[in-house]
Design a protein around this ligand. Structure first.
Ligand code: V47
Length: 379
């Protein structure tokens, strides 16, 4: 899929980027030191050129989006992560837990175009039984049989397994049998123990996150992966995170998309940390594209990056901007000022004006064709 416009030659004044460029152009893998050198370089245009080269080799001018809806069944969470403004203790002001009927009704509201994906994540609730979550999924499948269900982060899977006294494998099998089609990428944060201890010390550790993902992949469930950046991590922690994901992907091939997530500090314990800037967000997209050579897709999540930065990211290594979302709580509780959702036509316009070709995908990246208010997925 070659790009439709001519490419100008690679240029840089930064000598540390030259050997990296040679590797990228030859299709060779980058190593840890290359990753650190990329973060140390201020030549964002050269790094972006390389990331765009890889992106266009994989996807040409295509930029993917979907029509999806987020559902967060509960914000009650036992974890108290310092990075999070969404979780609440049970009975704390602002805490909520949806009754099943309410969750199913939420799924049907707020957007007139037929969604192809429900993205379902929530807090680690101390009392809700595993059956609640299985019934939630079964009820959604029954009511919306065409909609792909992308549900439960590795952190939720591990917590529900512990509470139900099941193995990770048996937990995932039960979820799959209830109707879970794939898993989202959240909860990965940063795998480094040092940083995890500061930002989310009650969560599963990095190895457990990776092992849970690998178990899902071996069952045939695809998943995404994320990395939370822009808090107390060092460049080396980010490179380590990306290379650990790459190693699991070599083994399983089950990751579809990597989504770098910029830390939003408002209303968190880490509120004193300044927000990431546009340059940092663009740099992160480009370096992710270059280091994760075995990930098919890099997503510039518009809710997190803002639509304007996400649009620019489509020329710096990203090939996906996520979807309509409809209702977002995790970033908005932490100070995001982006809209709650976007219409399909808004996403198409963002992509087109970035000089890319919009491609409506389902969660598994199959083409979605629409007529009036129905859709078909090319299987
Ligand atoms: O797991 C929590 C992160 C994630 C904050 O898989 C925060 O397609 C920034 O994972 N500032 C949820 N980030 C979002 C997520 C996601 C989003 C879009 C698409 C997909 C996908 C996954 O957000 C959490 C956590 O890592 N998060 N609090 C915060 N204050």
């Amino acid at each position: 899929m070659p790009p439709t416009h001519p490419r100008h030659p690679f240029q840089t004044n930064d000598p540390s980027l030259q050997p990296i460029a040679e590797k990228v152009l030859a299709g060779n893998r980058l190593n840890f030191d290359d990753g650190v050198a990329l973060y140390s370089s201020s030549d964002i245009l050269a790094i972006g050129w390389l990331a765009n080269y890889v992106r266009e080799k994989l996807h040409g001018d295509t930029a993917y989006f979907n029509v999806n809806r987020h559902i967060n069944p509960t914000n009650v969470c036992v974890a108290s992560c310092r990075l999070c403004a969404f979780g609440r203790k049970k009975d704390a002001p602002g805490s909520y837990t949806m009754a099943l009927e309410e969750a199913w009704q939420t799924a049907a509201t707020g957007y007139s175009e037929a969604v192809t994906e429900f993205h379902i994540v929530g807090g680690l609730h101390p009392d809700l039984p595993f059956e609640y979550f299985l019934d939630l999924i079964r009820g959604l499948k029954q009511r919306f049989p065409q909609v792909h269900i992308k549900a439960f982060t590795m952190v939720e899977v591990a917590y529900l397994a512990k509470r139900a006294k099941l193995s990770i494998l048996d937990t995932l099998v039960a979820m799959r049998d209830a109707g879970v089609d794939s898993l989202p990428g959240g909860g990965a944060e940063i795998f480094s123990d040092r940083v995890r201890h500061i930002i989310c010390d009650h969560k599963i550790d990095g190895d457990e996150w990776l092992q849970t993902a690998a178990t899902a992949h071996k069952l045939g469930l695809k998943s995404n992966a994320t990395m939370l950046y822009g808090h107390v991590e060092a460049d080396e922690d980010r490179v380590d995170h990306l290379l650990r994901l790459r190693a699991v992907q070599d083994e399983t091939g089950g990751f579809q998309t990597f989504i770098p997530l910029a830390f939003h500090p408002d209303h968190t314990v880490l509120e004193h940390i300044p927000r990431t800037t546009g340059m940092m967000d663009i740099q992160q997209i480009a370096i992710s594209r270059l280091l994760l050579d075995n990930f098919p897709h890099i997503k510039a999540y518009w809710q997190m990056m803002t639509p304007k930065i996400a649009q620019i990211a489509l020329r710096f290594g990203a090939d996906d901007i996520d979807g309509t979302v409809v209702e977002e709580k995790i970033y908005h509780d932490a100070g995001a000022t982006t809209p709650q959702g976007m219409r399909r036509s808004d996403l198409v316009r963002l992509i087109t004006e970035a000089g890319r070709v919009p491609f409506e995908r389902d969660t598994l990246y199959r083409a979605v064709t629409r007529s009036e208010d129905t859709f078909t997925v090319a299987v």
